[in-house]
Write a protein that binds this ligand. Structure first.
Ligand SMILES: Nc1nc2c(ncn2[C@@H]2O[C@H](COP(=O)(O)OP(=O)(O)OP(=O)(O)O)[C@@H](O)[C@H]2O)c(=O)[nH]1
Length: 72
């Protein structure tokens, strides 16, 4: 998987992963939890922080998010 290969890059070792799941206003959009499942993020190395934040550029919902959310 492309994400797996990307995260194996040495320069990304220890980097946190923040995924913005845009277009949440569209009916049928995968939720952050569903996206985490599809990407199998639970199986990822436990030392890597990751978070998926649902947002919508249209409604403005969570369009501004904070990196501090990563540790929430
Ligand atoms: N409903 C909805 N449409 C959006 C949202 N964000 C972007 N779009 C629309 O999605 C289309 C593609 O937007 P782009 O900004 O070009 O994004 P892109 O990454 O180049 O393309 P996509 O991968 O298709 O999103 C445009 O018509 C946007 O108006 C959103 O949060 N909700």
């Amino acid at each position: 998987m492309e994400l797996d290969n990307l995260l194996k890059e040495e320069r990304l070792s220890g980097a946190s992963l923040l995924i913005l799941a845009n277009k949440q206003d569209i009916k049928g959009a995968l939720t952050p939890a569903e996206i985490a499942k599809v990407l199998n993020l639970e199986a990822m190395d436990k030392t890597r922080h990751w978070k998926i934040i649902g947002c919508s550029a249209y409604t403005g919902e969570r369009a501004r998010c904070c990196l501090a959310d990563l540790h929430a």
